[in-house]
Design a protein around this ligand. Structure first.
Ligand SMILES: [Zn+2]
Length: 125
């Protein structure tokens, strides 16, 4: 019989306490153990259900929802590298113009020299 002290936080009484193990005998043969809260006497049906105090809490894993929201954020960032969000993007009633490359462009164009426009608000909306 295991004699080590096992600390638990009882899920029945909520007390930070100890687990009592009581051997179960069939005649003279030990067939198992009762796992009992030493504070309230609650009996745990199996080792798996004992709320061991020092049990490692599993680190949270990313759910699919987390992953998809990350991907979404990434895509939004990508979409911002288009001419309409660029510092060199100039628009007037007749044309859209890149002041850097000195040519007519579309708002949805992309280019290597994209530089985020942090000052101007979206000129189209
Ligand atoms: Zn208890």
């Amino acid at each position: 019989m295991e004699m080590s002290v096992v600390e638990i936080i009882c899920k029945n009484c909520g007390i930070d306490t100890l687990l009592n193990r009581e051997a179960i005998y069939d005649g003279f043969t030990k067939i198992g153990e009762k796992l009992i809260c030493s504070s309230c006497g609650f009996e745990y049906p199996s080792e798996d259900e004992v709320p061991f105090k020092n049990k490692k809490v599993e680190s949270p894993i990313f759910t699919e929802a987390d992953l998809s929201s990350k991907i979404k954020v990434f895509n939004e960032g990508e979409n911002k590298c288009i001419c309409r969000y660029c510092a060199s993007y100039t628009v007037n009633p007749f044309t859209q113009f890149c002041s850097l490359r000195n040519k007519e462009i579309q708002a949805t164009d992309t280019c290597d020299q994209f530089e985020e426009n942090k000052e101007k608000t979206d000129p189209i909306l």
